[in-house]
Design a protein around this ligand. Structure first.
Ligand code: ASN
Ligand code: ZN
Ligand code: CA
Length: 331
């Protein structure tokens, strides 16, 4: 059972290489031996168990269409691989739990199921096929988002309600986005939009916008004392906006062909420090200072402490963290 490199045609990310394993009985299994042995399964419409491990005769997988059952498996396996590689490259972290253990992925969950989810009890990822089974929720940013729920579960354990729940959701949007940029894939360029590939609204618009979260019609751009009453996918807006401002700064900007225009609560101007440093600060805060009950005030304190640890308490990076929180009304 040798480690191999297959080729896949994904739904959302073009042609990708896949870690596969030559099977003792011939052909190849979708098992990524180079990344802990991550397995990708076809649930074939089921909602429990693991269904069937994807297997292929010639190590050429999927065709980019939903008519080919392997296609969603290609996206899922690619998403798991890029997420693994991002954590290793950015944070020297070995897998979601940091112990080198692979998760596993399941695609074709249920019928026309319009969601994807991480389940910490199985340490596994699951993807529905979307509306009419034509838009699987397997895009790279969604994969990175969902698997980052496993990262949060293994570290800060942010409670999934009120402000801590918004911070939990934002952590997934932040690292899901960073996974997408890390891939540097010309078929799926990095952006500060979430779910722009899966057409979840049926009109081509993304699920969320980090530069100005209220563009989705529900998310908060700024902290207010009632923000914790929102659904966690909306209270996350404050931290997503913080992260965008810290990375890219306020005002108008075009990145990889996508235009953004990020406002501030008080009309202040924020100068970004770049996503790489913002990632380091968020990760250190998440893994060192955040706890299950951290709220927005605590996230500010924790990220300032993280910036002080990494770059010094009077550094430009530290000052940018303070400015970005002020710009989203967290003081
Ligand atoms: N896709 C959703 C999310 O990651 C699943 C959930 O509701 N937790 O937020
Ligand atoms: Zn989530
Ligand atoms: Ca995106």
């Amino acid at each position: 059972e040798a480690i191999d490199t297959g080729t896949g045609t994904s739904r959302y990310s073009g042609t990708v290489t896949l870690g596969t394993t030559a099977s003792a009985s011939g052909g190849y299994d979708l098992v990524d031996g180079g990344r802990g042995g991550h397995k990708t399964y076809d649930l074939n419409g089921g909602t429990s168990g693991t269904g069937t491990l994807f297997h292929d005769a010639d190590d050429v997988w999927g065709d980019g269409t939903v008519n080919n059952r392997q296609t969603a498996g290609v996206d899922a396996a690619y998403g798991a691989a890029v997420t693994w590689d991002f954590y290793k490259s950015a944070f020297n972290r070995n897998g979601i739990a940091g112990d080198g253990k692979a998760a596993y992925s399941r695609v074709h969950y249920g019928n026309a199921y319009v969601n994807a989810f991480w389940d910490d009890s199985c340490f596994c990822m699951t993807y529905g096929d979307g509306t009419n089974n034509t838009d699987p929720l397997t895009s790279l940013d969604v994969a990175g988002h969902e698997m980052s729920h496993g990262l949060t579960a293994a570290t800060a354990k942010l409670n999934y309600s009120r402000e801590s729940g918004g911070l939990n959701e934002a952590t997934s949007d932040i690292f899901g986005t960073s996974v997408e940029f890390f891939a540097n894939n010309s078929s799926d360029v990095g952006d500060y939009l979430i779910g722009e590939k899966i057409d979840i609204n049926g009109d081509g618009t993304p699920l969320r916008y980090m530069d100005k979260p209220s563009k989705d019609g529900g998310s908060a751009d700024y902290w207010s004392k009632s923000v914790g009453r929102l659904d966690v996918h909306y209270s996350s807006g404050v931290a997503n906006h913080f992260f965008y401002l810290l990375s890219e700064g306020s005002g108008a900007k075009t990145i990889n062909g996508v235009s953004y225009n990020s406002p501030t609560y008080d009309g202040s101007t924020v100068t970004g420090i770049g996503r790489a440093k913002a990632d380091q600060i968020w990760y250190k805060a998440l893994t060192t200072y955040f706890t299950s009950t951290t709220n927005y005030a605590g996230a500010r304190t924790g990220t300032l402490q993280a910036a002080a640890d990494l770059y010094g308490s009077g550094s430009a990076e530290y000052n940018a963290v303070a400015a970005a929180w002020k710009a989203v009304n967290v003081k």
